[in-house]
Ligand binder design. Structure first.
Ligand SMILES: CC(C)(COP(=O)(O)OP(=O)(O)OC[C@H]1O[C@@H](n2cnc3c(N)ncnc32)[C@H](O)[C@@H]1OP(=O)(O)O)[C@@H](O)C(=O)NCCC(=O)NCCS
Length: 245
């Protein structure tokens, strides 16, 4: 199916995935999706120094992510630019732009927005399989596991959701705070009815910022997507789609 823009992965398509990303992202976001088995466009010179020790698989993921990001930037009306790897492995975005990249072995996704609308963004895409039992204690606080037990969500898929939410929150927080976080540094509150999440932390370096970050998630076929963001005014900007979900 390569080359048709509708590559099948699990039960979804790239178009469904892009629609779902836009539905969970705040207003003003542009996105792009690429299958990692498609030949990616060449990287830009300023991006190459990060690739020296990458395996062939990792290089494909990295390249597909950069290609997605440039396509998403084009949808915002931005000229293509190099997106070097910055501190903490976060991509360096052009002035006035914020974005986020995620990939699995099969697909890469990127979202971008103007900083005038969105101060920070984090996305994560995961297979929707249950979180491995041996990772439960590493990823989830006791209180989160207790909340899952009464939420109506299955423990394994629910824990995967907590994992994804923490990954997207980390990517959203890093550009704002530069703080490295462990999974237990974040306590997630899930709203399974509205497919939203928020988070708190006892760490004073991130607690205030974290309290203003919004999160949404969605399952598409065999994939789980999450998006965390801080809008430019510190509050929330809802999309038409998401406002009614
Ligand atoms: C960044 C991280 C959260 C996810 O990376 P991953 O497992 O490779 O998964 P994804 O494919 O979803 O995301 C990778 C992309 O995130 C982006 N990214 C990496 N570090 C980032 C950071 N500090 N801030 C924002 N974005 C970051 C990059 O674009 C990267 O892709 P690239 O290297 O090809 O450019 C993880 O690798 C990491 O750094 N973990 C340490 C912190 C953590 O996970 N704590 C527990 C959660 S609070």
């Amino acid at each position: 199916m390569a080359g048709d823009g509708h590559t099948a992965y699990h039960m979804g398509t790239n178009t469904e995935l892009a629609d779902a990303l836009l539905a969970i992202a705040p207003f003003g976001v542009a996105c792009a999706v690429h299958a990692t088995d498609r030949e990616p466009e060449p990287l830009w010179a300023a991006e190459l120094s990060a690739t020296d020790r990458m395996s062939a698989k990792r290089l494909r993921e990295f390249s597909a992510g950069r290609q997605c990001a440039r396509e998403a930037l084009a949808r915002l009306g931005q000229a293509p630019v190099a997106l070097p790897v910055g501190p903490g492995r976060a991509p360096l975005w052009p002035a006035g732009i914020i974005g986020s990249i995620s990939h699995t072995a099969e697909i890469a996704v990127a979202v971008v927005a103007r900083r005038a609308q969105v101060r920070s963004l984090g996305i994560d895409v995961e297979s929707a399989d249950p979180l491995a039992a041996e990772l439960l204690a590493l990823v989830c606080r006791d209180a989160e596991r207790a909340a899952l037990a009464v939420s109506g969500l299955e423990p394994g898929p629910g824990a995967k959701l907590l994992f994804s939410a923490k990954e997207s929150l980390y990517k959203c927080l890093w550009p704002l705070t530069g703080v490295f976080l462990e999974f237990h540094d974040l306590g997630i509150r899930l709203d399974p009815v509205r497919c939203r999440f928020s988070a708190c932390s006892e760490d004073p370096r991130i607690a205030g910022t974290l309290a203003m970050i919004c999160g949404r998630y969605r399952r598409v076929g065999g994939l789980l997507l999450s998006c965390a963001w801080l809008d430019a005014s510190g509050g929330e900007i809802l999309t038409g789609t998401a406002a009614s979900d």
